[in-house]
Design a protein around this ligand. Structure first.
Ligand SMILES: [Ca+2]
Ligand SMILES: [Ca+2]
Ligand SMILES: [Ca+2]
Length: 244
């Protein structure tokens, strides 16, 4: 514990860019907004300008910094949560397209979220080719809150989920220099088994990215770093408060 505290102090003192790594899970307020979206992967509708912007992402172990920037934009209305991913990427790599593929072996962005208990949460993923993964995770937590083991029910399908990807570059061609990719997402609350949360409600959730490329080592990036080996540490998920 003593060394953990010391590490936190040192990291806090050094800082990384405009933000420091906090030992506490991160927090965000998700604004309640309204606006029509054209589901095309372009975040150019006016409502995206008023969304919460969650950035930067950090290496999940909580040390070092990201080699390419990631941000998530977030808002909700009376029926759904809306997510917009902005991934800077000089070399976009992906081949998988089928639903529930093992996208994490390539490049992918991920959203883990639970409206209720930490032991059960939704895992959703999107890749640069428009691939989608959806599952319900059951995670057995030990007395210290850490994951002991988890299983995923991949048969779950988020039936109302709508998403679209826009790639600025070429996928799986390391001979050129890409710029990045966006994902535009509408996730109805009904797919999470709930109605729209009342303002002030706090959920737990986290945003992750597997970043790879020909000249980049793999990075496992997080909005709220778990500071442990994997992403499946719900005690380390961030806090998402629904605003007014
Ligand atoms: Ca759009
Ligand atoms: Ca890449
Ligand atoms: Ca599924």
């Amino acid at each position: 514990m003593r060394s953990l505290v010391l590490t936190t102090l040192v990291l806090g003192a050094v800082g990384f860019g405009c933000a420091t790594i906090s030992s506490e899970p991160r927090r965000a307020v998700v604004p309640k907004l309204s606006g029509e979206l054209t589901m095309d992967g372009r975040l150019d509708e006016p409502v995206w300008q008023r969304a919460a912007v969650l950035k930067p992402f950090f290496p999940n172990r909580g040390e070092g910094r990201d080699s390419e920037a990631t941000e998530i934009r977030l808002w909700y209305d009376h029926t759904a949560l809306h997510l917009g991913w902005v991934c800077t990427d000089r070399d976009i790599q992906a081949t998988l397209t089928e639903r529930d593929s093992r996208f994490w072996e390539e490049e992918v962005v991920e959203f883990f979220v639970t409206p209720d208990k930490l032991e059960q949460y939704f895992e959703l993923q999107w890749n640069p080719l428009g691939g989608v993964f959806d599952a319900i995770i059951h995670n057995q937590l030990g007395p210290d809150g850490r994951s002991q083991k988890f299983t995923g029910d991949w048969s779950y399908t988020a039936k109302g989920l709508k998403s679209a990807v826009r790639v600025d570059g070429t996928v799986s061609n390391s001979a050129d220099v890409d710029r990045g990719w966006n994902v535009e997402i509408t996730l109805p609350f009904s797919d999470l088994g709930v109605t729209a949360p009342k303002p002030g409600t706090v959920w737990r959730g986290n945003f992750y990215r597997f970043s790879r490329g020909a000249n980049n080592p793999e990075q496992q990036l997080s909005w709220s770093p778990t500071r442990l080996r994997g992403f499946h540490e719900p005690l380390r998920f961030g806090y998402l408060e629904f605003g007014r």
